[in-house]
Design a protein around this ligand. Sequence first.
Ligand code: OAD
Length: 264
Amino acid sequence: MPLQEKMQKVRGWIQSAQRVVALTGAGISAESGVPTFRDAQTGLWARYKPEDLATEAAFRHDPQRVWDWYAWRRELVANVSPNAAHHALAEFGRQHPGRLTLVTQNVDGLHQQAGSEDVLALHGNIRQDRWLRPCPRERFSERDCEPATATEGRPPKCDVCGNQLRPAVVWFGEALPEISLFRADEAAGNCDLMLVIGTSGLVYPAAGLADVARRAGARVVIINTGPTELDDLADCGIRCKAAECLPELLLGETRMGVTAEEGV
Ligand code: OAD
Protein backbone atom coordinates (compact mmCIF):
# COMPACT_ATOMS: atom_id res chain seq x y z
CA MET A 1 0.00 0.00 0.00
CA PRO A 2 1.43 3.45 -0.89
CA LEU A 3 2.65 5.51 2.04
CA GLN A 4 0.00 8.20 1.67
CA GLU A 5 -2.80 5.63 1.81
CA LYS A 6 -1.32 4.15 4.97
CA MET A 7 -1.05 7.61 6.44
CA GLN A 8 -4.74 8.25 5.81
CA LYS A 9 -5.74 4.92 7.28
CA VAL A 10 -3.70 5.46 10.43
CA ARG A 11 -4.90 9.05 10.73
CA GLY A 12 -8.44 7.67 10.78
CA TRP A 13 -7.50 5.15 13.47
CA ILE A 14 -5.98 7.91 15.58
CA GLN A 15 -9.06 10.11 15.20
CA SER A 16 -11.41 7.35 16.26
CA ALA A 17 -9.30 5.89 19.10
CA GLN A 18 -10.48 6.61 22.63
CA ARG A 19 -7.17 5.79 24.24
CA VAL A 20 -3.84 6.04 22.46
CA VAL A 21 -0.46 4.95 23.78
CA ALA A 22 2.70 6.23 22.12
CA LEU A 23 5.81 4.19 22.88
CA THR A 24 8.89 6.05 21.73
CA GLY A 25 12.55 5.19 21.34
CA ALA A 26 15.77 6.82 20.29
CA GLY A 27 14.69 7.24 16.65
CA ILE A 28 12.23 10.00 17.57
CA SER A 29 15.14 12.14 18.78
CA ALA A 30 17.42 11.31 15.86
CA GLU A 31 16.38 14.38 13.93
CA SER A 32 17.13 16.54 16.95
CA GLY A 33 20.71 15.31 16.68
CA VAL A 34 20.70 12.73 19.49
CA PRO A 35 22.43 9.52 18.40
CA THR A 36 20.41 6.30 18.48
CA PHE A 37 21.86 3.14 20.03
CA ARG A 38 21.79 0.49 17.35
CA ASP A 39 21.89 2.24 14.00
CA ALA A 40 24.99 1.05 12.13
CA GLN A 41 27.78 3.66 12.10
CA THR A 42 25.97 6.37 14.07
CA GLY A 43 24.47 4.35 16.94
CA LEU A 44 26.13 4.60 20.37
CA TRP A 45 26.41 0.83 20.70
CA ALA A 46 28.25 0.70 17.38
CA ARG A 47 31.02 2.77 18.96
CA TYR A 48 30.93 1.81 22.64
CA LYS A 49 30.33 -1.37 24.58
CA PRO A 50 27.26 -1.15 26.83
CA GLU A 51 28.93 -3.37 29.43
CA ASP A 52 31.79 -0.85 29.76
CA LEU A 53 29.54 2.16 30.26
CA ALA A 54 25.96 1.33 31.10
CA THR A 55 26.09 -1.07 34.01
CA GLU A 56 26.55 -0.61 37.74
CA ALA A 57 29.59 -2.90 37.58
CA ALA A 58 31.19 -0.59 35.00
CA PHE A 59 30.52 2.44 37.20
CA ARG A 60 31.99 0.76 40.27
CA HIS A 61 35.01 -0.35 38.24
CA ASP A 62 35.76 3.00 36.64
CA PRO A 63 33.39 5.71 37.92
CA GLN A 64 35.28 8.53 36.27
CA ARG A 65 35.09 6.98 32.81
CA VAL A 66 31.37 6.32 33.12
CA TRP A 67 30.72 9.77 34.60
CA ASP A 68 32.65 11.44 31.78
CA TRP A 69 30.78 9.49 29.12
CA TYR A 70 27.45 10.56 30.59
CA ALA A 71 28.74 14.12 30.94
CA TRP A 72 29.41 14.09 27.20
CA ARG A 73 25.89 12.78 26.48
CA ARG A 74 24.39 15.32 28.87
CA GLU A 75 26.12 18.14 27.11
CA LEU A 76 24.85 16.78 23.83
CA VAL A 77 21.21 16.72 24.95
CA ALA A 78 21.53 20.12 26.62
CA ASN A 79 22.37 21.60 23.24
CA VAL A 80 19.57 20.11 21.14
CA SER A 81 15.87 20.89 20.89
CA PRO A 82 12.71 18.88 20.49
CA ASN A 83 11.75 18.26 16.87
CA ALA A 84 8.42 18.23 15.06
CA ALA A 85 7.66 14.71 16.30
CA HIS A 86 8.05 15.64 19.98
CA HIS A 87 5.99 18.79 19.39
CA ALA A 88 3.23 16.89 17.58
CA LEU A 89 2.83 14.46 20.49
CA ALA A 90 2.81 17.33 22.99
CA GLU A 91 0.22 19.24 20.96
CA PHE A 92 -1.97 16.14 20.56
CA GLY A 93 -1.82 15.66 24.33
CA ARG A 94 -2.93 19.27 24.86
CA GLN A 95 -5.73 19.04 22.31
CA HIS A 96 -7.05 15.74 23.68
CA PRO A 97 -6.69 15.69 27.46
CA GLY A 98 -6.76 12.16 28.87
CA ARG A 99 -6.55 10.39 25.53
CA LEU A 100 -2.81 9.94 25.13
CA THR A 101 -0.37 8.09 27.37
CA LEU A 102 3.21 8.83 26.36
CA VAL A 103 5.70 6.13 27.27
CA THR A 104 9.33 6.66 26.36
CA GLN A 105 12.53 4.70 26.58
CA ASN A 106 14.45 7.91 25.98
CA VAL A 107 16.41 9.59 28.72
CA ASP A 108 16.98 12.86 26.84
CA GLY A 109 14.00 14.75 28.30
CA LEU A 110 12.96 16.11 24.89
CA HIS A 111 9.31 15.04 25.23
CA GLN A 112 9.09 16.96 28.50
CA GLN A 113 10.90 19.92 26.94
CA ALA A 114 8.34 19.94 24.12
CA GLY A 115 5.61 20.30 26.74
CA SER A 116 4.33 16.75 27.10
CA GLU A 117 3.05 16.19 30.60
CA ASP A 118 3.11 13.04 32.68
CA VAL A 119 5.64 11.27 30.46
CA LEU A 120 6.33 7.71 31.61
CA ALA A 121 10.12 7.67 31.25
CA LEU A 122 10.89 3.98 31.63
CA HIS A 123 14.67 4.34 31.43
CA GLY A 124 15.06 7.41 33.64
CA ASN A 125 16.37 10.87 32.90
CA ILE A 126 19.95 11.61 31.92
CA ARG A 127 19.65 15.19 33.12
CA GLN A 128 19.26 14.06 36.73
CA ASP A 129 21.51 12.30 39.25
CA ARG A 130 20.83 9.90 42.04
CA TRP A 131 22.97 8.29 44.72
CA LEU A 132 24.66 5.02 43.91
CA ARG A 133 23.48 3.42 47.15
CA PRO A 134 21.30 4.37 50.10
CA CYS A 135 23.08 6.52 52.67
CA PRO A 136 24.34 4.40 55.59
CA ARG A 137 23.18 7.16 57.97
CA GLU A 138 19.65 6.96 56.63
CA ARG A 139 18.77 4.10 58.97
CA PHE A 140 19.47 6.28 61.95
CA SER A 141 18.55 9.78 60.88
CA GLU A 142 16.06 9.25 58.02
CA ARG A 143 18.23 11.58 55.97
CA ASP A 144 19.74 10.75 52.65
CA CYS A 145 23.05 12.16 51.52
CA GLU A 146 22.67 15.79 50.56
CA PRO A 147 23.34 16.57 46.90
CA ALA A 148 23.92 20.18 47.91
CA THR A 149 26.90 19.23 50.01
CA ALA A 150 28.35 16.76 47.53
CA THR A 151 31.99 17.37 46.90
CA GLU A 152 32.58 18.34 43.29
CA GLY A 153 34.23 15.65 41.27
CA ARG A 154 33.84 13.06 38.54
CA PRO A 155 31.57 11.78 40.02
CA PRO A 156 30.68 14.08 42.93
CA LYS A 157 30.73 12.36 46.32
CA CYS A 158 28.95 12.76 49.62
CA ASP A 159 31.48 14.52 51.85
CA VAL A 160 30.24 12.57 54.87
CA CYS A 161 29.99 8.94 53.76
CA GLY A 162 31.70 8.86 50.37
CA ASN A 163 28.56 7.83 48.48
CA GLN A 164 28.79 8.65 44.76
CA LEU A 165 26.35 10.41 42.49
CA ARG A 166 25.41 8.55 39.31
CA PRO A 167 23.15 9.42 36.39
CA ALA A 168 19.47 8.71 37.10
CA VAL A 169 19.15 6.32 34.17
CA VAL A 170 18.37 2.62 34.11
CA TRP A 171 21.47 0.59 33.40
CA PHE A 172 21.54 -2.92 31.97
CA GLY A 173 20.48 -5.44 34.58
CA GLU A 174 18.59 -2.84 36.64
CA ALA A 175 14.88 -2.74 37.35
CA LEU A 176 12.73 -0.13 35.67
CA PRO A 177 10.93 2.46 37.82
CA GLU A 178 8.10 0.39 39.24
CA ILE A 179 5.28 2.91 39.13
CA SER A 180 6.02 4.09 35.59
CA LEU A 181 6.24 0.52 34.33
CA PHE A 182 3.00 -0.40 36.08
CA ARG A 183 1.21 2.60 34.58
CA ALA A 184 2.64 1.92 31.12
CA ASP A 185 1.53 -1.70 31.29
CA GLU A 186 -1.92 -0.67 32.41
CA ALA A 187 -2.21 1.93 29.64
CA ALA A 188 -1.05 -0.61 27.03
CA GLY A 189 -3.65 -3.11 28.23
CA ASN A 190 -6.41 -0.51 28.04
CA CYS A 191 -5.68 1.33 24.80
CA ASP A 192 -7.28 0.86 21.44
CA LEU A 193 -4.28 2.11 19.51
CA MET A 194 -0.56 1.92 20.15
CA LEU A 195 1.93 3.92 18.13
CA VAL A 196 5.42 2.44 18.35
CA ILE A 197 7.75 5.19 17.23
CA GLY A 198 11.49 5.07 16.53
CA THR A 199 12.42 2.00 18.52
CA SER A 200 14.13 -1.19 17.41
CA GLY A 201 11.84 -3.12 19.78
CA LEU A 202 14.74 -5.12 21.14
CA VAL A 203 14.81 -4.03 24.76
CA TYR A 204 12.38 -5.54 27.26
CA PRO A 205 10.19 -4.96 29.17
CA ALA A 206 9.49 -1.79 27.13
CA ALA A 207 9.19 -3.66 23.83
CA GLY A 208 6.73 -6.09 25.44
CA LEU A 209 4.17 -3.29 25.79
CA ALA A 210 3.34 -3.63 22.09
CA ASP A 211 2.36 -7.24 22.68
CA VAL A 212 0.32 -6.27 25.74
CA ALA A 213 -1.62 -3.82 23.58
CA ARG A 214 -2.03 -6.32 20.76
CA ARG A 215 -3.35 -9.02 23.08
CA ALA A 216 -5.81 -6.55 24.55
CA GLY A 217 -7.22 -6.04 21.05
CA ALA A 218 -5.60 -2.71 20.25
CA ARG A 219 -4.25 -1.80 16.84
CA VAL A 220 -0.49 -1.46 16.72
CA VAL A 221 1.19 0.93 14.29
CA ILE A 222 4.95 1.07 13.82
CA ILE A 223 6.56 4.30 12.69
CA ASN A 224 10.20 3.78 11.88
CA THR A 225 12.71 4.43 9.14
CA GLY A 226 13.64 0.74 9.06
CA PRO A 227 12.51 -2.73 10.07
CA THR A 228 11.95 -3.55 13.75
CA GLU A 229 11.59 -6.64 15.89
CA LEU A 230 7.93 -5.80 16.39
CA ASP A 231 6.91 -5.61 12.72
CA ASP A 232 5.19 -9.00 12.79
CA LEU A 233 2.65 -7.96 15.38
CA ALA A 234 1.81 -4.62 13.77
CA ASP A 235 -1.40 -3.83 11.94
CA CYS A 236 0.41 -1.21 9.91
CA GLY A 237 4.00 -0.08 9.46
CA ILE A 238 4.88 3.40 8.28
CA ARG A 239 8.43 3.68 7.00
CA CYS A 240 9.15 7.30 7.55
CA LYS A 241 11.07 9.72 9.74
CA ALA A 242 9.01 10.43 12.84
CA ALA A 243 9.34 14.19 12.49
CA GLU A 244 8.01 14.01 8.95
CA CYS A 245 4.91 11.91 9.53
CA LEU A 246 3.76 12.51 13.12
CA PRO A 247 2.52 16.09 12.57
CA GLU A 248 0.28 14.81 9.79
CA LEU A 249 -0.83 11.66 11.59
CA LEU A 250 -1.61 13.36 14.88
CA LEU A 251 -2.59 16.87 13.89
CA GLY A 252 -3.49 16.66 10.22
CA GLU A 253 -0.64 18.98 9.29
CA THR A 254 0.62 18.28 5.81
CA ARG A 255 4.37 18.10 5.53
CA MET A 256 6.19 18.22 2.25
CA GLY A 257 8.42 15.20 2.88
CA VAL A 258 5.52 12.80 3.09
CA THR A 259 2.62 14.06 1.08
CA ALA A 260 4.21 15.83 -1.87
CA GLU A 261 6.53 12.98 -2.77
CA GLU A 262 4.32 10.01 -2.03
CA GLY A 263 0.80 11.30 -2.31
CA VAL A 264 0.48 11.50 -6.08
P1 OAD B 1 17.65 1.79 18.98
O1 OAD B 1 18.91 2.50 18.63
O2 OAD B 1 17.74 0.36 19.32
O3 OAD B 1 16.62 1.92 17.79
C1 OAD B 1 16.35 3.14 17.18
C2 OAD B 1 15.31 2.91 16.11
O4 OAD B 1 14.96 4.18 15.56
C3 OAD B 1 15.78 2.04 14.94
O5 OAD B 1 14.79 1.04 14.72
C4 OAD B 1 15.84 3.01 13.76
O6 OAD B 1 15.49 2.37 12.54
C5 OAD B 1 14.83 4.05 14.15
N1 OAD B 1 15.03 5.40 13.61
C6 OAD B 1 16.19 6.06 13.38
N2 OAD B 1 15.95 7.31 12.96
C7 OAD B 1 14.61 7.46 12.92
C8 OAD B 1 13.73 8.55 12.58
N3 OAD B 1 14.20 9.73 12.20
N4 OAD B 1 12.40 8.34 12.69
C9 OAD B 1 11.90 7.12 13.07
N5 OAD B 1 12.67 6.07 13.41
C10 OAD B 1 14.00 6.23 13.33
O7 OAD B 1 16.96 2.63 20.15
P2 OAD B 1 15.83 2.16 21.18
O8 OAD B 1 14.91 1.20 20.54
O9 OAD B 1 15.27 3.37 21.78
O10 OAD B 1 18.34 1.60 26.98
O11 OAD B 1 16.70 1.41 22.25
C11 OAD B 1 16.07 0.89 23.39
C12 OAD B 1 16.99 1.00 24.57
O12 OAD B 1 18.25 0.39 24.28
C13 OAD B 1 17.36 2.42 24.96
O13 OAD B 1 16.40 3.04 25.77
C14 OAD B 1 18.64 2.21 25.72
C15 OAD B 1 19.32 1.22 24.80
O14 OAD B 1 20.28 0.43 25.40
C16 OAD B 1 18.79 2.16 28.12
O15 OAD B 1 19.44 3.17 28.13
C17 OAD B 1 18.39 1.41 29.35
